[in-house]
Design a protein around this ligand. Structure first.
Ligand code: RIB
Ligand code: CA
Length: 307
């Protein structure tokens, strides 16, 4: 079977871990790199968390350390949701330091893209700082990227301020660069992750499905204040499931741009479906998800994780 080549750019992060865990057991994917970026927590923690997750999953995927800060702004960590380490709620093994590559994430993403005969999909689960640096420094990589699938933005309200979504709002200039790049983009926004919640019954099923399920349920029970009775918002797992099972989602073509000036709406993703702004559509947006099927398929994928 022809495998789909994939780079994961991520700020683990509890929901990042829940997404990466199922991606690494998908047989049709050839995951060439996990690139860390500062986001939920600082770069040392996000990098270490990726290495700890790989130790738990017993997977030999190279890791490269990425940007320690947004292009033009200060870090704003989300330790309230993810814990001080970024992956609070489960006692992981020691990080597999031997998987950490010499060079930084941007150089390693560049190398993989330019050496690959096939186009490569990039899945972003954190701020877009690495990707903005990559395509600004090496514009020739754009034609080697088949698609960027991002957990980011929102077609409705945000989680940073009124309209900002965390990954876009932490580094809105980076997001603007990526949306203007001409690279095919699919945006899986907050609104989808808010719909595709796992319920307590799903967590209980995860806990019966083996060690990976116990790990993911433990993380979710400490995520975002641990209010699991309201359902666990599946932000990053939604983007991962879109990559693996797009038929679970409904998408629309749109023009998307990012607010970088107004303090009131900084980081807002302005989504124009019908050409009001007279701009060429530059992205697909997920606008709906089959929640029941999403929950069943995610829980099954966790049960099927091989270590
Ligand atoms: O807004 C949700 C996103 O921000 C998720 O990717 C979460 O991990 C944080 O990075
Ligand atoms: Ca994330």
């Amino acid at each position: 079977m022809e495998k789909r080549m994939l780079i994961i750019d991520t700020d683990p992060g509890i929901d990042d871990a829940a997404a990466i865990s199922v991606l690494l057991s998908e047989p049709s994917l050839d995951v060439r790199l996990i690139a860390s970026v500062a986001g939920n927590v600082g770069i040392e923690h996000t990098t270490n968390n990726a290495l700890k997750l790989l130790a738990f999953l017993k997977k030999d995927i190279p890791v490269a350390k990425g940007a320690a800060a947004p292009l033009m702004r200060e870090n704003r960590f989300a330790t309230n949701a993810h814990g001080m380490s970024g992956m609070g709620g489960f006692d992981f093994p020691e990080p597999r330091k031997e998987l950490l590559l010499e060079n930084n994430a941007v150089m390693n993403e560049y190398k993989i893209l330019m050496e690959s005969e096939e186009k490569v999909t990039i899945l972003t689960l954190g701020p877009l700082t690495n990707i903005a640096l990559l395509i600004s420094t090496f514009p020739e990589v754009k034609e080697k990227i088949s698609e960027i699938i991002m957990m980011g933005g929102s077609t409705e309200r945000g989680n940073i301020g009124i309209y900002g979504e965390f990954n876009v709002s932490i580094d809105p200039e980076a997001a603007k660069i990526v949306f203007r790049s001409g690279i095919p983009i699919t945006m899986v926004g907050l609104d989808i992750g808010r719909k595709a919640r796992l319920l307590v019954e799903d967590l209980e099923e995860l806990e019966q499905s083996g060690d990976p399920g116990v790990m993911i349920s433990s993380l979710f029970r400490s995520y975002d204040g641990g209010h699991v009775e309201e359902g666990v918002k599946m932000y990053d797992p939604s983007a991962a499931m879109y990559l693996m099972e797009p038929e679970l989602f409904e998408t629309k073509d749109a023009f998307i741009d990012v607010e970088i000036s107004s303090p009131l709406t900084i980081g807002a993703t302005v989504v124009d479906y019908d050409g009001t702004l007279c701009e060429k559509r530059n992205a697909k947006v997920c606008v709906d998800v089959d929640v029941e099927r999403f929950r069943r398929r995610y829980v099954q994928r966790v049960a099927d994780i091989t270590r």
